[in-house]
Write a protein that binds this ligand. Structure first.
Ligand code: ADP
Ligand code: MG
Length: 222
């Protein structure tokens, strides 16, 4: 589902660099990404999602080599195929929970908002414990509720690849397990693939595989 080859990346400024010679995730696999702060976990998710362009190497998501897509194509591809739960949520403060979840459908021609999508949005919000908070402003949500709103928004388009950047951070242990179970259910139900950055080492045994970014830094230094 995800195949990275000979990827070399550095930002225009600063001296961080990421080098991945061979990394792949099978369809349906649930992979946890761990590693110290600043080791490039978020950078990797941004590269895989096509948010950050790169010039050296190849990233394939399914049959698409995202480095070969033009900007607009890459954007549409991301919107239809990738569910991204951002570390900082990226929710829109002046919209309520319901409108945040539906927002990608309102701004992207690649997604069509119909009754079926609205019904799924309501069901998803309910399953995430947000059923009674749909009309609430983002600023009046707890951290965990914001997190769950961001997850609903990411899952609504039924993405083939789910990228979660510390989606269970800052939640109490019970909620953590619940959120992860919901993410796993979404993955299983739609035969999706999950790449999740996490600091919750007690949850790692629930994943199929764990990737430690410290290993890549060793590779980089070699
Ligand atoms: P992590 O998610 O593992 O904490 P990041 O991928 O966010 O790490 O960051 C990796 C490194 O890249 C850090 O040193 C960070 O300062 C740097 N970095 C992140 N974004 C940019 C950027 N836009 N420009 C320059 N350097 C950046
Ligand atoms: Mg990060």
């Amino acid at each position: 589902m995800l195949a990275i080859k000979d990827l070399k990346f550095h930002y225009p400024t600063g001296n961080f660099s990421l080098s991945l010679s061979d990394f792949s995730v099978a369809k349906g696999e649930k992979v946890a990404v761990i590693g110290p702060s600043g080791s490039g976990k978020t950078t990797l998710l941004n590269l895989v999602s096509g948010i950050t362009p790169f010039v050296q190497g190849e990233i394939k998501v399914g049959e698409y080599a995202i480095n070969e897509l033009a900007d607009a194509q890459r954007r549409d591809f991301r919107i239809c195929n990738i569910g991204f739960v951002f570390q900082e949520f990226e929710l829109i403060d002046y919209l309520n929970v319901h409108d945040n979840i539906l927002h990608p459908y309102r701004i992207n021609a690649a997604l069509t908002l119909d009754q079926n999508v609205r019904a799924r949005a309501a069901a998803l919000a309910k399953s995430m414990g947000l059923g009674d908070k749909l009309k609430r402003a983002i600023s009046k949500l707890s951290h965990g509720e914001k997190q769950r709103t961001a997850i609903c928004r990411a899952l609504l388009p039924i993405p083939r690849l789910i990228l979660a950047d510390e989606a269970t951070g800052n939640l109490d242990p019970e909620n953590k397990t619940r959120i992860l179970d919901l993410l796993f259910e979404a993955v299983a139900e739609h035969k999706a693939t999950l790449l999740a950055v996490t600091h919750d080492h007690e949850l790692l045994n629930k994943f199929d595989r764990v990737i430690d970014f410290r290993d890549f830094q060793v590779e980089e230094a070699a």
